[in-house]
Design a protein around this ligand. Structure first.
Ligand SMILES: N[C@@H](CCC(=O)N[C@@H](CS)C(=O)NCC(=O)O)C(=O)O
Length: 393
């Protein structure tokens, strides 16, 4: 192959002058002189500019074509999800990590391990769901700086849920995906979890910014088979889905700028996180103090950037109150204790889960004082603690 390439290269070097010489022989001396002068004389500035332009066009065109090809191929491959790509990984064994604690609920039908940060709003949402349904689970506290507990996983965020299935342990990523999959499963446990997850493939698509993104596009959808379940309406299901999205895309963005509003508030928030997460049991004293010091400093600065990014008011507390008042206004128009009626639905659990992540922070105390959130919040807390989802299943 290599010799072939060399041979072609040598051939082109040798052949060209010979051909030129041959042709000049046929058309006479004058012509041959002209031809030679046209080919050998130094180029005029105009033709040189032209050549540069052609060359630049060719190089640019090839790069463009290669880039388009790369993007199109990547997209084609991912959209087709070949070889099971896009479906959750099934591990032969549970990743070898230290279990921090076990939460015993009345329902032990699933073997669940939750990888989390205790005060991450997305993790709190998943815990609210698990507790409401009385599901037992093990907790692995992830060190937010070193993340050694996630070494085994390609997905590097929390929450991650690992659930035992027939042929191993299935890994579920993303709070809303986890909740929709488990809710669909609980509605019909005869339909195995490994079958439910097939309805939630991770799809690659071109984002508005031109980059390829991966997302479970139906992550807010619960599988109800063919009929709307008893006590639900189609509109009700749509609204529940929209408020779950709101919790992830609006309410969550109020948190950081509020709990890290000042340098001292940021340290206080981290101290509370460390208490709730029992960091002293899971990390060395040196690790605890470095997480508090480094983490609070970084988050205080990040909070300011997020305030701008999400267009929060100058006084960030006001944006937090506005968001919660929107939620309370909705509950008032519905005239029921919960969004779900007499019992919480996934929208209630999402909003409650997100807010519970800042329960011990000054921002939440202010929220209680300046809005009427406490009534609904305390009813939610009681319902989750009683495992109402299990009791009424
Ligand atoms: N969409 C994801 C978001 C999860 C997420 O952003 N988690 C944060 C913690 S609150 C995280 O793990 N960030 C990466 C990191 O800490 O390095 C979900 O709903 O689970």
């Amino acid at each position: 192959m290599m010799t072939g390439v060399l041979r072609i290269f040598r051939f082109s070097l040798v052949q060209r002058p010979t051909n030129l010489f041959d042709s000049t022989k046929n058309v006479g001396r004058n012509v041959s002189k002209r031809l030679l002068s046209e080919t050998t004389a130094s180029p005029t500035p105009k033709s040189s500019r032209m050549r540069v332009l052609i060359l630049a066009g060719a190089v640019g065109g090839s790069i463009g074509a290669a880039y388009t090809f790369y993007k199109r191929e990547g997209l084609k491959k991912a959209i087709l999800n070949p070889d099971g790509e896009g479906l959750p990984v099934i591990w032969k064994e549970l990743p070898k990590v230290r279990i921090s604690r076990e939460v015993a609920g009345p329902d032990r039908s699933l073997d669940i391990t939750l990888f989390q940060y205790p005060t991450c709003p997305f993790c709190c949402k998943v815990r609210a769901f698990l507790d409401f349904h009385g599901l037992s689970y093990k907790v692995v506290e992830v060190n937010p700086i070193r993340k050694t507990e996630l070494k085994w996983s390609e997905y590097r965020k929390v929450p991650i849920l690992v659930v035992k299935v027939d042929d191993g342990y299935i890994q579920l990523n993303d709070s809303s995906v986890i909740i929709s999959i488990l809710q669909s499963y609980l509605l019909d446990p005869d339909y195995k979890l490994t079958n439910v997850v097939k309805f939630y493939p991770n799809i690659a698509f071109m984002g508005d910014d031109g980059n390829i993104k991966k997302e479970v596009l139906n992550k807010y959808h619960v599988m109800y088979h063919t009929s709307v379940p008893e006590g639900h309406t189609k509109d009700g299901i749509t609204e529940e889905r929209n408020w779950r999205k709101w919790a992830d895309n609006n309410l969550v963005h109020m948190l950081s700028p509020n709990v890290y509003r000042t340098r001292s508030e940021a340290v206080e928030s981290f101290e509370w996180f460390s208490k709730v997460g029992e960091w002293d049991k899971n990390f060395s004293p040196w690790e605890v103090s470095s997480i508090i010091q480094i983490g609070s400093g970084v988050m205080w600065m990040l909070g300011k950037r997020l305030q701008k990014k999400y267009n929060l008011k100058q006084d960030v507390r006001l944006s937090l109150y506005d968001s919660c008042n929107n939620w309370l206004k909705l509950l008032k128009t519905r005239g029921t204790q919960f969004h779900g009626g007499s019992k919480p639905d996934l929208a209630d659990l999402a909003v409650y889960g997100v807010l519970s992540s800042i329960e011990g922070c000054e921002a939440f105390a202010d929220l209680r004082k300046n809005t009427k959130i406490s009534g609904w919040y305390e009813s939610m807390k009681a319902s989750v603690r009683r495992h109402d989802g299990f009791l009424t299943r």
